[in-house]
Design a protein around this ligand. Sequence first.
Ligand code: GLP
Length: 253
Amino acid sequence: MASAALEVLADPAAVAERVARLLLEAALQFPGAPLGLATGRTMVPVYQHLVALIDELPSLQRQGLLQHWCSFNLDEYVGLGPADRQSFAATMASHLGAPLGLPLQQLNLPDGRAGDPAAEAARYGAAVLEAGGIGLQLLGLGSNGHVGFNEPPCAADAPCRCVQLSWATRIQNAAAFGADPAAVPEQAITLGTREILQARSVLLVVTGAEKAPILRRALQEPPCEQVPASWLQHHPQLRVIVDAGAAAALKPT
Ligand code: GLP
């Protein structure tokens, strides 16, 4: 990975502001290319800044942007839908949909309530392709190296599919489920490493010292199935924005 593609900023607030600007630039510059969006705690301040930036646009520009808005989220828990507070659909509706007045039809997510999750994953992957593929793909990093819900081990060309969540991930995401990992759904539908690597550009965003070791493995060790995020090293347009805490274990390049 070219060192120019790595930006280390002081703290999560600076990261969120920078990332929101890049998302807005991409949405304005390539209105026909869907944004690939992510959930997780890292993204909460990003969407706050993004909403503020969009609200500052001249009203015609804001209106045009929102009229043509098309984004696809990475993933959703199997069994949860927009009416469930912990679903990613509900998260996106409250962080982006409600403040911007965007309906969920423009903020695409896999349907976690679909009766046949495997068929829903196939439909969702096809919908991304039909929309022309992802333009800019925003990604967080799981503490076990997952991106989206591509849990280790994961090949570089895994398609959109229904996956079993690891216990580590259920622990990581338990906060939204009364701190009980067993209450976190066991399965999810996720875009695969295939769709992620097919995006025109990828923006990996990582904050916090606890992710420093996994960030180093993802960026500076040979790509492997045990660290799904490491496949991003193969992407020609990878940009990585991190705070000082997450960068702490990186070797100087
Ligand atoms: C979750 C999501 C990922 C997210 C990651 C990091 O499980 N499926 O898309 O990027 O884990 O989450 P957080 O930002 O809360 O650390």
